[in-house]
Design a protein around this ligand. Structure first.
Ligand code: PLP
Length: 435
C-alpha cells in the first residue's frame, strides 16, 4: 500500500475514474437490480454508521427493521403480521442460505430419535443433542429445475443434495414431480415467485398443500417477485397470484428490496411465519455475544448494514403501495412494448411474460432434431449476446434452461431503449440469415 496518504482531491478524481468504468444502468437489460430511489440513498447516507448487528447501540435502526418485517408481512398477506419473525439480510443468496439452514436444523432436531435408532453411528452419538448431517448421509431439498444458482452454493455449504423437480412449458415447477422426489430424508421444499430466467411463479398453492401433507417447511424465494406480485394489476394474467403467507403451508418468504424494491444494495428481507417455525434451529445456531449489547446472535451475518435497513424503511414508507403499483405498471408496460416491437419483426417471447422478465428464442424449438441442434442454438444465443454488447453496447443475458436471450425490464429502461435494442438485434439476425 502507499506509505503516505493520498490527498482527498486526488483520490476523489481516482474514484471518479473507477465509477466511470461502472455501469450507469443505461443499455442494461441484464440486471435484476436498478437505480435506487433517491430517498433510499438519502437514508443510506444518514445511517452510514449504523450496525444492526449490535442492536442495543442502534435502537432506532432496530425499530425500523422490526417495522419493515411487519410491513412486508402485511403486503405478503400474513394473517397476523405482528407475529411474523425475520430480519434484513444482504440479499437473496443469504436469505436462501438461512432459510435452508433452519430447515436442516429443524429436520435434525425432529429426527434425532428416529435416526439414532437407525444407525450404529448415531447410536454412538445418542447422548449428544447436536446431531450432524453425517448421521444422515443423504439429506435433500426439493427445488424447481429453475432454482437460482444460490441453491447450488447452499447444497455445497450445508452438505445437502438438491433434488430438481421438472418444470412445465410455462417454466413452472410440476407439483407431481416435486411430490415424487420427497423421501424420508427431505428437509423441505422450495418454490419460486418470479424465477430468475423467466419470471414465472411456481404453483405455490399446490406446493403449500404438499408441505402440509408431508409436514415439511416450504420456503418461497420471492427475491425478485416479492415486490412485484403484490402490486400487479388484477387485470394482468398473473394479477392476484397467491405465493405467500395466505397459503398455510408457506413457512418462510424471502424478497429483495435491492431488486424490485428500489432500495440500495445490499438489502434482502427474510421472513418466517412466526418464531416457532425456527425456534429449535435458533437454539442450535445461537451464539453468546459477550462484546455486544445483545446477549445472543442467531443471524448468519454478524455486523449488518443499518444503512440498508434505513434505506429500505424509507423507500417503502415513501412509495407506499401506490408507488409500488405504479412501478410495476411501468415495468409491465415495458414488457407490452417489448412484445409489440418483437411482433413487428416476426418474433415472440418463449412464453407470454407474466412479469417483467422476458426470454426470447432465436432458433425455433421445432427445428431441433437432436442434441447437436440444441447445442448450436445455445452457441447462437451466446454469439448474439456478445455481438449486442460489442457492436451496440447492449447488456443482455442468456438463459440456461433453454437457448434464449433474456431481458429483465426494469425502471431504468425506457420504451425507446427497447425499440433501439430490437432494431439492433434485427440487424444481427438479418446479417446471420444472409450468411
Ligand atoms: N433468488 C432469485 C430468484 C434470484 O433471481 C436471485 C438473484 O438474481 C437470488 C435469489 C440471489 O439474490 P442475490 O444476488 O441478491 O444474493
Amino acid at each position: 500500500m502507499n506509505q503516505k496518504g493520498i490527498p482527498e482531491e486526488e483520490l476523489l478524481a481516482e474514484l471518479s475514474s473507477f465509477s466511470n468504468a461502472d455501469t450507469n444502468f443505461k443499455k442494461v437489460f441484464s440486471s435484476m437490480c436498478t437505480i435506487p430511489h433517491p430517498i433510499a440513498v438519502a437514508a443510506q447516507q444518514k445511517f452510514s454508521l449504523s450496525n444492526i448487528g449490535d442492536p442495543g447501540l442502534f435502537r432506532g435502526t432496530r425499530k425500523m427493521e422490526a417495522e419493515i418485517i411487519r410491513m412486508a408481512a402485511s403486503f405478503l398477506n400474513h394473517p397476523d403480521p405482528r407475529t411474523a419473525f425475520g430480519h434484513l439480510t444482504s440479499g437473496g443468496t443469504e436469505s436462501n442460505i438461512e432459510a435452508v439452514l433452519h430447515m436442516k436444523n429443524r429436520f435434525l432436531a425432529l429426527n434425532s430419535g428416529i435416526f439414532s435408532e437407525k444407525s450404529q453411528k448415531s447410536q454412538e452419538r445418542k447422548t449428544s443433542a447436536n446431531h450432524s448431517a453425517g448421521d444422515f448421509p443423504h439429506l435433500n431439498l426439493i427445488v424447481p429445475k429453475t432454482a437460482h444458482f444460490s441453491f447450488e452454493k447452499i447444497a455445497n455449504l450445508l452438505d445437502i443434495r438438491l433434488k430438481k423437480a421438472d418444470i412445465n412449458s410455462h417454466f413452472q415447477v410440476i407439483p407431481e414431480s416435486a411430490e415424487s422426489l420427497i423421501d424420508e430424508s427431505t428437509i423441505g421444499l422450495i418454490g419460486i415467485a418470479g424465477n430468475t430466467e423467466f419470471g414465472a411463479c411456481d404453483p405455490i398453492s399446490a406446493l403449500s398443500d404438499l408441505a402440509l401433507k408431508y409436514r415439511l417447511p416450504l420456503h418461497v424465494d420471492a427475491a425478485f417477485g416479492g415486490f412485484i406480485y403484490p402490486f400487479l394489476e388484477q387485470s394482468r394474467p398473473a394479477g392476484g397470484t397467491k405465493f405467500s403467507f395466505d397459503l398455510p403451508g408457506v413457512t418462510s418468504v424471502s424478497l429483495d428490496p435491492h431488486k424490485t424494491g428500489f432500495s440500495v444494495i445490499p438489502s434482502g428481507i427474510l421472513i418466517f411465519r412466526d418464531e416457532s417455525v425456527v425456534s429449535a434451529s435458533l437454539e442450535k445456531i445461537r451464539v453468546k455475544t459477550p462484546y455486544l449489547t445483545s446477549k445472543y446472535q442467531s443471524t448468519l451475518s454478524g455486523t449488518r448494514a443499518g444503512s440498508s435497513v434505513a434505506a429500505t424503511y424509507a423507500v417503502i414508507k415513501h412509495l407506499g403501495a401506490e408507488g409500488y403499483r405504479q412501478n410495476v405498471k411501468y415495468c409491465m408496460e415495458l414488457a407490452d412494448h417489448f412484445q409489440s416491437e418483437l411482433r413487428k419483426i416476426g418474433l415472440k417471447p418463449a412464453v407470454v411474460p407474466q412479469i417483467n422478465i422476458l426470454a426470447l428464442r432465436v432458433t425455433p424449438e421445432s427445428s431441433f432434431k437432436n442434441e447437436d441442434d440444441e447445442k448450436k442454438a445455445f452457441q447462437k444465443v451466446e454469439t448474439l449476446r456478445l455481438l449486442l454488447l460489442e457492436k451496440f453496447g447492449w447488456n443482455v443475458s442468456a438463459t440456461q434452461n433453454i437457448p434464449a436471450l433474456r431481458f429483465v425490464l426494469m425502471p431504468h429502461n425506457t420504451k425507446q431503449d427497447i425499440t433501439d435494442m430490437i432494431a439492433d438485434l434485427k440487424k444481427l439476425l438479418d446479417a446471420e440469415n444472409k450468411e
